[in-house]
Write a protein that binds this ligand. Structure first.
Ligand code: NAP
Length: 464
């Protein structure tokens, strides 16, 4: 049985990352955008009124979001927390204020999945790239104890530029990666800007992004750290040194990376390419809705990856790599690229929320084992009609037990999928179902030569 989608709020919905969240949540299979909030400047307006002059994406704003009323993320915290199951956070405020805001929501029992850097170094706040260190979510138990919450917690994603090189280094850690030198070339959307709003960036390159080099050097060590006594202890290495540039590119952070392995442990170029091609994280194993099928894509062309051509690979969630070759001072060098507002910000946070939803059991799918009639009758008593979205029926040849069918009609899920191995009992159950449901489609499946039977899959929609 599948429950209704989780209700989601966005704090900072009017900003560059917030706009990405709004578009990513349109038609999300598990999450439903229910509430949006920004500063007092935008509060009280409809979302479209607040954002129309600064819509920065080349895809349209989803119609359903346009009419949502913008709340004040600070003043309306209690109201908003009561409207949703969890919130994404992407606000541009002083760090202390962000820390306080995120803790307020967590203490209101509203989990926060954050893009902000304010809590990245809080010891019991996991900073997670699901393909790299999803096991750090275990620290949330200790965080909940500190905050005195049952459900509320804060989980953060790492800085956007890291996504263009840490995913490539991660599968090579087993060869004793000793040090890396990284130069990043970061797009202007990373500063929440477009060329219209930052004309000085046209035909320009700025060799400074405040705080970025420290983040690029230090945050990977937290990602590679371990959970110990209710806190995350950062890894001691590899040593990373970084320079970060802002370049005249709208979206897509690129990194030029040099890497050195411990003596005698250096893998071959072929081995590295194989490790990248074969690398799978938990996001791929669980087939999370936003996960790219292939996390790391290596491109053989000498002039790839390119920001404009490759940043949208697998909906902007995959990492593109290229130009792997020997180096005269390090062992190897290569180039990496990731989409900074998708994989690096909103998309990475949505993926993290999907992982959380699976881990903490507030996913929307429930599995119960037992006698179907008894279980469904108990659920019907507990929830009443309208709580469930979908039901999947796969009864034996005798069809669905009449008491189970009766309880199911009482639960009234929106859609039913009925897998039948016996047309006679399907016809019998269809008579009962058709009082409340319309048969939308039925597909027969001939099982010859495995069995003489014809199975069928039928899809039913509840009448309005
Ligand atoms: P942005 O475009 O400047 O948007 C800032 C958002 O914060 C707006 O919605 C703004 O609301 C809201 N805000 C400002 N003051 C507020 C207050 N006092 N109370 C509530 N909301 C307030 O910034 P952005 O680029 O989306 O970045 C947002 C956060 O994500 C930043 O912490 C940034 O470092 C981080 N981040 C950004 C990227 C990226 O690629 N852009 C990547 C990773 C992380 P109003 O519209 O009402 O002012």
């Amino acid at each position: 049985m599948m429950e209704k989608k989780l209700r989601v709020g966005i704090l900072g919905a009017t900003g560059m990352v917030g706009q990405r969240f709004v578009t990513l949540l349109e038609n999300h299979p598990w999450f439903q955008l229910t509430a949006i909030a920004a500063s007092a400047r935008s509060a009280g307006k409809s979302y479209w009124e607040a954002v129309c002059d600064r819509w920065a994406l080349d895809i349209p704003c989803p119609e359903a979001a346009k009419s949502l009323m913008v709340l004040d993320a600070e003043a309306d915290a209690e109201k908003l927390a009561g409207m949703v199951d969890f919130c994404f956070c992407a606000v541009d405020m002083p760090k202390d204020a962000i820390r306080a805001l995120e803790e307020t929501y967590a203490k209101l029992e509203c989990p926060i999945v954050s893009n902000n850097s304010a809590h990245r170094w809080t010891e019991d706040v996991p900073m997670v790239v699901p393909e790299i260190n999803a096991e750090h979510l275990a620290v949330i138990e200790a965080q909940r104890k500190r905050l005195g919450t049952k459900r509320g917690f804060i989980a953060v994603k790492s800085n956007c530029s890291l996504q263009s090189y840490v995913p490539a280094l991660h599968p090579l850690m087993k060869y004793g990666l000793e040090r890396a030198l990284v130069c990043t070339y970061q797009a202007i959307s990373g500063a929440g800007k477009t060329f219209q709003r930052w004309p000085e960036m046209v035909d320009n390159c700025i060799p400074y992004i405040g705080g970025e080099e420290e983040k690029s050097e230090q945050e990977p060590l937290k990602l590679w750290g371990r959970v110990e006594n209710g806190r995350i202890v950062k890894a001691e290495g590899p040593a990373i040194t970084a320079q970060c540039f802002r370049v005249a590119c709208l979206d897509g952070h690129m990194a030029a990376v040099f890497m050195k392995f411990q003596d005698g442990r250096k893998p071959s170029i072929q081995q590295i390419k194989e490790d990248w091609a074969n690398y799978r994280g938990i996001a791929q194993e669980l087939k999370l809705p936003s996960a790219p099928q292939q996390f790391l894509h290596y491109m053989e062309e000498p002039d790839r990856p390119q920001a404009k051509l490759d940043r949208m690979r697998e909906n902007g969630m995959a990492i593109s790599l290229g130009r792997l070759r020997e180096d005269s001072q390090y062992d190897y060098k290569f180039v990496g690229l990731s989409h900074n507002t998708l994989r690096g910000a909103a998309g990475g946070a949505v993926l993290l929320a999907e992982r959380n939803a699976r881990r903490f059991g507030f996913g929307h799918c429930r599995y119960e084992a037992g006698d179907a009639a008894r279980l469904l009758t108990a659920l019907a008593r507990k929830h009443g009609p309208g709580h469930w979205d979908h039901a999947l029926l796969d009864p034996p040849r005798g069809g669905v037990a009449p008491e189970a069918l009766e309880a199911l009609l009482h639960l009234a899920p929106e859609r039913l999928v009925y897998i039948s191995c016996n047309p006679a009992t399907l016809a019998r159950d269809a008579r009962t179902l058709s009082a409340d449901y319309e048969l939308v489609q039925v597909t027969p499946l001939d099982l010859f030569p495995h069995s003489p039977h014809v199975e069928s899959v039928s899809c039913w929609q509840r009448r309005a």
